[in-house]
Design a protein around this ligand. Sequence first.
Ligand code: UD1
Length: 430
Amino acid sequence: MEQYAIKGGNPLVGEVEIGGAKNAALGILAAAIMTDDTCMVENIPDVRDTNVMLQAIESIGASVNRKDRHTCEISGRNIVDHTIDNDYIKKIRASYYLLGALLGKYKKARVSLPGGCNIGLRPIDQHIKGFKALGATVRIEHGMIVAEADSLKGAHIYLDVVSVGATINIMLAAVMAEGTTIIENAAKEPHVVDVANFLNTMGGSIKGAGTDVIRIKGVPRLHGTNYMIIPDQIEAGTFMFAAALTKGDVTVKNVIPKHLESISAKLSELGCQVEESDDAVRVVATRQLNHTHVKTLPYPGFPTDMQPQITVALGLSKGTSIVTESIFENRFKYVDELTRMGANIKVEGNTAIIDGVARYTGASISAPDLRAGAALVIAALAAEGVTVIDDINFIQRGYEDFHLKLQSLGGIIEIVDSEKELQKFRLKTG
Ligand code: UD1
């Protein structure tokens, strides 16, 4: 079983290229099958989740032609099956986008109930409410969600909670429905806007993405397009916090600084110097971090997917900080692992009370989920001694070449696959 072996203590210094946004890619790859023409999609991150999505669309007959590591030509012309049920797809949350895409195009879809990170109860009632409002029947059968309709008709849908997944899924189902659909209380995340832009370049008519009211005028058909996915806000934010924890100097390149504003603002409060340019952000940290408080919120608030990264940083700050998780109720599971590294954090419900400590020390720990796993890696890069992290497959779901990018910044991190390799790493790194 692969593990990360990490020797902490080196400040991360240099420049790092940020890849395409995983969560935008998942929506866009599902949307790409909604035309019989060919879509060329660029800047797809080469991570486990996007590869599972590509396998899933191939499994129902779509053609997926990889032009290079990050570019695919996709055609939904030969789709013969509307059922997606394999062991892989159950592991990714975004399998639900295939429901919206297949329902929107073929008016029927059968997809395994989604899995994804275990960060709390993750219902999909708002997705289902949206499909039903458009005229579909939706039922659960043998672990599958089955959605069907004779025809889909535009509707006025008010989301009870701000949901990225439901907003994107309803856009997918409504883009070719008859008439106009209005989604109120829509999610405003950059990846919602990216999926809407993609559908619009395919001939869709979606207005207002990025605000809380989205208007979708159904079109009879979509056509092929060429599209480049936006940079990954969370990958960028993770490297920015890695700079803060290791007292480093890191420039994240190929980003949209506007998407990183809530992250940059918190890093400034922590005492880091943050410099923005057109498509890059530089974070310089020279001294012990300040404490602060933070509450996760839908965009443009501080992202829940950055909550573990800011918590590990606050664990090394001066004073007491409070982190409130308002999106997912079970997102502090990594705190036990961080405690093994010397952190002083008390979790009460959806709140973590953090008393900063002067240092972390290396330990043997496990990645409980994708973002928490990445946060533990950056904690380990700042820790004294060697940390060994298990279950790194979670991290590989969403970060391309994570260890290589960290190595290029001076981080001492390797993938080891046996006790012997780990011993070699310990000897080499002293
Ligand atoms: C997406 C992201 C995930 C991110 C999250 C919040 C993908 C593949 N995943 O997840 O990385 O952490 O947005 O930014 O893009 N909810 C309901 N009913 C629903 C749907 C959601 O009650 O039908 C609740 C959820 O339990 C959660 C909140 O709404 O408390 C937000 O969830 P949502 O935005 O839907 O998250 P995901 O789309 O699953």
